[in-house]
Ligand binder design. Structure first.
Ligand code: ADP
Ligand code: ZN
Length: 722
């Protein structure tokens, strides 16, 4: 037998298929060890044949076969080709997406338990071998676990019985299943007429992609879960994607309660062993639902009956490392391959998705009401310019202070949102204007009061707090821009008896840091939760009746075509945490531009109004989806290397432009807004194109121009233009 192998080396020069001879234990989808260029490397078997395609005497044999059951499902190969072609990456890089990283390079192996069983009861034993005889006797009554069996009779005796053919040792795969333990009963809910109608609509629709636009608390989750239950009944499998799984312990509990061992969880908070085992449970068919963040779209499931993307507008669904895929795009390919539906859900769908739905390319389900018609919380705008005029320079407006004391007096909980961690965004010298910056990155440092240090939020570097300005020696250092640590400190002064929890990247260290904070707040061990956008995601805390948004303008003034959309989404999502149970909720939104139209739409929960206005603007100004923003990034350690590659990229794209001028709306080369990151300088060729037509050629240019010392890569409609 001969097999075709893709070697696991991420280099375009070895990006083709190699042939090896093999035994019949090798199957398509297996991982193998093969000799390659004087050493041994890992590879993936992509084909098997009886005859070699060239001189058999020159073909080397496979050295080792890893899997009894092929690790890769057949669908991988079709997807691998699409992804490799679309993003111009070697096939091996595309295939890696389908395997948990610990599986490659043999860093973790499967956990096995060894057992021993009777093979031949009639072997002859030495008369003096009493232990061997006793061991044989016990095996006649059934199989035993090997380790404890050895402990009982002695390893020597057990091995002697085995070598004489009296007994056999065998292995059974063992699962390190995460989050097992507490078994709560699942109480089925009766679907509301709106949920029922939504499921029927999706079932009947002939469109692959279905968009559920439902306000926060409208019961979308129940629709997803009912749909998955239906899919399982038909003997199929499902993928359920959520933005950041560690942020949604409630969702996990719900899934486990309902689907028990059929649900497998894929997320980075698991130990390597757990991740690996959950992956195998899916691959072996023991588990049928994959739940996870972006990368779970590559779950090793066959016979998919549904893919669900919750909070589809979330930017975490865009990969920021090569290949830079969009999760929905990959999910569409998988849904088409399996002939199943892709369900996107959100209270604030992305403009792109909603356009597709309004054009009839996607099915559309609208859920305008919360479950039981609970009202959406009232949003009060606090004009911070007015506050300053009245002499209030604190971060809390008067309305927010009043509402906070009311909520606390009534025994309710509150959430305060500010999307900046640390104590102060910058440290500025008041004498000379010096701003403390990171040595590796072109960004200012954030002051952290708890550790009394300065931190870079881009590369994680830590610096000692400055005693004086390093430029002029002045000692009048000022803190600019409030962060969550400062908010907590100020709240403690305002409400000395309130119990306060903080949730941001600094407080959630460890495997279940998120879970601990959220469940403590859920158990009402605190009155106020202060946090960054991690608290905006789908949490359901019944006692929260007040949400404060401290700086609604923060995302509004980014120079990004999506800043309005992001602000609208963020306000709606954060506001949605308030008043989910019996008591009416309120939201106080602090801003310096209360007349801004985005805020106006958000305050009235007017998604349609926001959407129509946004579409008008994007059409008129030719921004996505009415164009494509394409950026070729060039990064390097040395300025010279970067500039040389930048020049090449620029000239190659300029050649394209000379031939296809009509495709270009904008084209330029420049420094990236952040000129240096993690020790690498950053340049970019930025363009806006009328369509995707030239994209393959631009990807080719980036691959061709990359050098050993400077990397060039393409980003499409980047979420972050820094
Ligand atoms: P969404 O995902 O749209 O934000 P959820 O699915 O979290 O909404 O539902 C909001 C609340 O309504 C949850 O507390 C949920 O348990 C409850 N709920 C959902 N569906 C039903 C139903 N059919 N009957 C009663 N309560 C429901
Ligand atoms: Zn840095």
């Amino acid at each position: 037998m001969y097999c075709k192998v893709i070697v696991d080396i991420a280099h375009s020069q070895v990006d083709r298929i190699f042939e090896y001879s093999c035994g019949d234990d090798v199957k398509v989808g297996c991982r193998v060890k093969v000799p390659f260029g004087g050493r041994v490397t890992e590879g993936f078997v992509v084909g098997i044949g009886e005859t070699p395609s060239f001189d058999a005497s020159k073909i080397k044999p496979v050295k080792y076969v890893y899997d009894e059951q092929p690790a890769l499902v057949p669908e991988c190969f079709a997807l691998m080709r699409d992804i490799a072609e679309r993003f111009r990456v070697p096939a091996a890089v595309a295939l890696r997406l389908f395997l948990p990283s610990e599986m490659r390079l043999g860093r973790v192996s499967e956990a096995f338990t060894k057992y021993i069983k009777l093979a031949d009861p009639d072997i002859s034993l030495n008369k003096t071998a009493k232990k061997q005889a006793a061991a044989m006797q016990e095996l006649k009554s059934g199989d035993r676990e090997y380790a404890s069996f050895c402990a009982k009779y002695g390893r020597a005796a057990v091995n002697a019985v085995v070598s004489k053919g009296g007994a056999e040792v065998y292995k059974v795969r063992r699962s390190r299943t995460p989050l097992s333990g507490e078994e709560e009963p699942f109480l089925p809910v009766r679907l509301t007429p709106a949920q029922q109608a939504a499921l029927e609509y999706i079932e009947k629709s002939d469109k692959t992609v279905q968009l559920i636009h439902g306000v926060t608390g409208s019961g979308k989750t129940e629709i997803y879960l009912s749909y998955i239950a239906e899919v399982l009944k038909r003997g199929k499998t499902a993928i359920f994607l959520v933005p950041e799984i560690s942020l949604t312990p409630q969702m996990l509990r719900q899934l486990r309660r309902r689907f028990k061992g059929l649900a497998a969880i894929m997320h980075s908070g698991l130990s390597a062993g757990e991740r690996f085992d959950e992956w195998w449970r899916l691959r072996s068919g023991e588990a049928k639902i994959a739940i996870g963040a972006r990368s779970a779209v590559f779950a090793p499931l066959e016979n998919l009956g549904a893919i669900i993307i919750d909070e589809e507008h979330d930017s975490s669904y865009q990969s920021e490392t090569a290949p830079r895929y969009s999760t929905a795009e990959v999910a569409k390919l998988r849904a088409a391959y399996n002939g199943c539906k892709l369900i996107l859900g959100s209270a604030t769908p992305s403009v792109e998705s909603y356009i597709c739905a309004s054009r009839g390319e996607y099915g559309l389900v609208e859920l305008p009401d919360r479950i039981n018609k609970k009202p959406l919380p009232e949003i009060i705008i606090a004009d911070m310019r007015e506050e300053v005029r009245r002499g209030n320079n604190s971060v809390f407006s008067r309305p927010l202070r009043e509402e906070l004391s009311r909520a606390l007096n009534d025994g309710n909980q509150a959430i305060i949102f500010l999307n900046r961690r640390g104590y102060a965004k910058t440290v500025i010298c008041q004498d000379c204007g010096y701003v403390a910056k990171c040595a590796n990155c072109d960004v200012s440092l954030t002051y952290h009061s708890e550790e009394n240090c300065l931190k870079c939020h881009y590369c994680g570097a830590k610096y000692r707090m400055l005693p004086a300005c390093p430029e002029c020696g002045g000692v009048h250092l000022r803190y600019g821009g409030t962060g969550t640590q400062r908010v907590v400190a100020d709240l403690k002064q305002l409400f000395p008896s309130a119990r306060i929890l903080r949730m941001d990247n600094d407080t959630v260290s460890g495997k279940d840091g998120h879970y601990k904070i959220l469940s403590a707040f859920g158990r009402r061990e605190a009155d106020i939760l202060v946090g960054t956008q991690m608290i905006a995601k789908g949490h359901d805390f019944p006692s929260v009746t007040l949400v404060g948004i401290l700086d609604a303008d923060m995302s509004l003034h980014f120079s990004d075509y999506r800043s309005g959309e992001r602000t609208f989404q963020l306000i709606t999502q954060v506001a949605g945490r308030s008043g989910r149970a019996d008591e009416k909720g309120k939201v106080v939104l602090q801003t310096c531009s209360p007349e801004n139209y985005i805020l106006r739409y958000a305050v009235n929960y007017d998604y349609k109004g926001f959407f129509e206005n946004e579409v008008k603007i994007r059409k008129a100004t030719l921004f996505p989806p009415y164009s494509l923003i394409c950026r070729v990034m060039v990064t390097a350690e040395e300025d010279g290397a970067a500039l040389a590659v930048l020049k090449q990229v620029y000239f190659a794209v300029d050649e394209l432009r000379k031939r296809h001028g009509e495709e270009f709306i904008f084209f330029n080369k420049m420094h990236s807004p952040i000129k240096k990151l993690q020790g690498r300088v950053r340049y970019q060729v930025l363009m806006r194109l009328r369509s995707h037509r030239l994209l393959p050629q631009i990807y080719d240019i980036a691959v061709r121009c990359s050098s050993a010392s400077a990397l060039a890569y393409v980003e499409e409609n980047p979420a972050n233009l820094s």
